[in-house]
Write a protein that binds this ligand. Structure first.
Ligand code: SF4
Ligand code: SF4
Length: 241
């Protein structure tokens, strides 16, 4: 697979499935055979992912990207041997970090939920093409990654304003919105990838979706199905507008 195709979710999946380290071998920067030069973007992603690993308490040395051409078999074997030696020294994922299986799983799941949001918020920086490989180490800061998680946006549907038009439900790319004809809609915060599509799609005359920054909301369903107020012709059952 071309290194330019490697997404942060692939790296995360490898760790979630038990890999102790992830090695990405790529063509030399600036020597892409195509116009895309996707290895620059992958290097940006690796730079960001390493900072995320640090933030969630996983040793970033478990992820490595190295550059080589098809004729540099020696470079390849040396890079892989170095990396496998490093990972062997670190031991199983979680062991050198002092993380138990459950804690590790929950941290990886938390990162997984944030990946689409992070890619959206950082899309400009992730697409940058810098001159020197070393510049990528400084592309993302620890503080920036911390803010990404702590100030992440959350979307919430105001049941008093929702008119059950179903537009947001139809447009949500991951089916995170529950509702139906004449029922106020709710967002499953565990399934929501924070793409903001519903916020943009809710008609301004209703303005029923709130964008909240830095506040984690509990999942409203299925634990609380009772909040599905019935709405008919713009009024709820009590006649409230
Ligand atoms: S932000 Fe809205 S549209 Fe996007 S995933 Fe969450 S609920 Fe769905
Ligand atoms: S688009 Fe707005 S008014 Fe329509 S169902 Fe969604 S939240 Fe309710």
């Amino acid at each position: 697979m071309c290194s330019g195709r490697i997404d942060a979710s692939f790296v995360l999946r490898a760790f979630s499935k038990g890999a102790d380290g992830v090695f990405i071998g790529a063509c030399h920067l600036g020597e892409c055979n195509y116009m895309t030069h996707g290895n620059f973007q992958t290097l940006s992603m690796v730079s960001l992912f390493k900072k995320i690993m640090e933030f969630v308490g996983i040793n970033p040395e478990r992820l490595k990207m190295a550059f080589m051409s098809g004729s540099e078999a020696g470079v390849y074997t040396e890079s892989v041997n170095d990396f496998t030696g490093k990972v062997k020294t670190l031991g199983a994922l979680g062991s050198s970090e002092g993380l138990g299986e459950d804690e590790l799983k929950s941290r990886l799941e938390a990162v997984e939920r944030f990946i689409p949001y992070i890619k959206l918020v950082k899309k400009d920086k992730l697409a940058l093409r810098l001159d020197e490989e070393e510049q990528y180490d400084r592309l993302f800061t620890k503080e920036e990654v911390e803010a990404l998680f702590k100030e992440a946006v959350t979307y919430r549907i105001d049941p008093e304003k929702c008119r059950a038009c179903m537009i947001c439900l139809r447009k949500c790319p991951v089916g995170a919105i529950a509702g139906g004809k004449n029922l106020t809609h709710t967002i499953d915060q565990d399934a929501c990838i924070k793409c903001g599509t519903c916020f943009e799609a809710c008609p301004p005359r209703f303005g029923a979706i709130e964008k909240i920054s830095g506040e984690t909301l509990p999942p409203p369903f299925p634990e609380n199905p009772g909040n599905k107020r019935e709405v008919r012709n713009g009024q709820d059952a009590s006649g409230q507008l």
